[in-house]
Design a protein around this ligand. Sequence first.
Ligand code: NAD
Length: 491
Amino acid sequence: MTSTVDSAMRTFDVVSPLDGEVVASHPVADAREVAEAVRAAREAAPWWAGLGFAERARRLDAWRGVIARGARELAGLIHREMGKPHSDAMLEIAMALEHLAWAAKNAERVLGPRSVPSSLLTINQAASLEYRPLGVVGVIGPWNYPVFTPLGSLSFALAAGNTVVFKPSEYTPGVGLWLRDAFRQANGDRPVLQVVTGDGSTGEALCRAEVGKIGFTGSTATGKKVMAACAETLTPVLMECGGKDALLVDADADLDAAAEAAVWGGLSNAGQTCLGVERVYAHQEIYQPFLDRVVALAGGVRAGDQIGPVTMPGQLLVIARHIADALAKGGRAVLGGPSAVQGRFVQPTVLVDVPEDSTAITEETFGPTLAVSRVRDMDEAVARANASRYGLGASVFSRRNGEAIAARIRSGAVSVNSFVAYASIPSLPLGGVGDSGFGRVHGPDGLKEFTYARAMSRQRFPSPLPLTTFRRSPPVDAVVRTLVRYLHGRH
Ligand code: NAD
């Protein structure tokens, strides 16, 4: 077991997947403790919102500075708690800080008050709009990118003027606490960003604590439970869930670049990436040379060296089951295979001829495996990519038609001639469709996600057409009839 929860003792151990050593023990916060954190956050919310955009930006920048200066230590903790290589952890921190900087800098422009046009019928009104904070936001995070992923919600919720109660994954609570301590170091002890540690029961308590919104990142199955719990209090939810992303390779693609992207996208972080490449559809004309490149590159990657262990012990069974199912249904392993699962490590595995109804194609594997399929043309590639119930990200490799192919893919994001670049561009939103969830982190949409739109109208002078009164006269009614015909009847 990576994490053991002893509810009687109300603590749990984080056990490093690297060597089985206990990293630390943490409390399992219960409903009362979660409610207390939310109460404190609610009290602090008006103060934090009242600071205004510029002062919050200054404080978020100070937090960013503390994180950046402590990045080596934080990367070490990520490595220890969930097993990814130190250098990958540093890359994750670098990407997360880009988004934090963007959120702080752009919150006022995106959310601040602005005038908007009124209409012919409301010509006497001045109209304005602003995006107001929701109060307290609850963030529930996963372990696979324990900094990048939660910060996608934390940075944007805080920049928008909310206080936050964060429930990190039970596999990476130390990373969550480190981020909170960094915030305190930069900004003092007010409960603007609090952390409650624990397992699913703590997350469930947060869903029931009547916060302004839950920003959830995790599996689709847990997302459904979160939605059900939040439904009881009509708490809105942001759902960043799982994926089964495809990479499409056209006949005119740069095969070296496509193979590099498939191998990094499929194997990095031991395949434990929501936006990881799990399926590849390659044009028949280049299928074999592309596959040869993939196998050569993937064959040079070793679990235990460039990629870490599988973080959740239970996932090893899922990976083994998906490989076995693919082979039982007529697929072949051209690299790795059943013997690739070795203790806590899974060696790179490339599967071919895998039928579309195999779990290696239909379900999230979350392991360092790739299923590479030969397709007649890009029409078939797009149809098969879109046949998934997930729709998080996708990649397309084509010299001439990349954007046209990308436009036909049903997913929250797509990158042309690269892997996952959209996730590091701060002005772009990130999120999915279908079983991958809804709502967005990052960019302007990510800021608006943690606010409500507040509309205001101010009467500048009495209406020449008094409409909302029982004194409305027949001539005014006649003008309305004429206007309706004139404005809308000609279409
Ligand atoms: P998970 O669903 O097991 O857990 C996620 C979080 O939910 C954890 O903090 C957990 O304690 C909590 N939780 C569990 N049960 C709960 C309940 N009943 N109520 C409230 N909270 C509960 O997911 P995981 O294994 O931590 O993360 C991996 C999953 O996350 C994968 O499916 C991956 O694709 C997905 N993910 C998605 C994105 C994205 O941006 N879409 C990013 C990273 C990870």
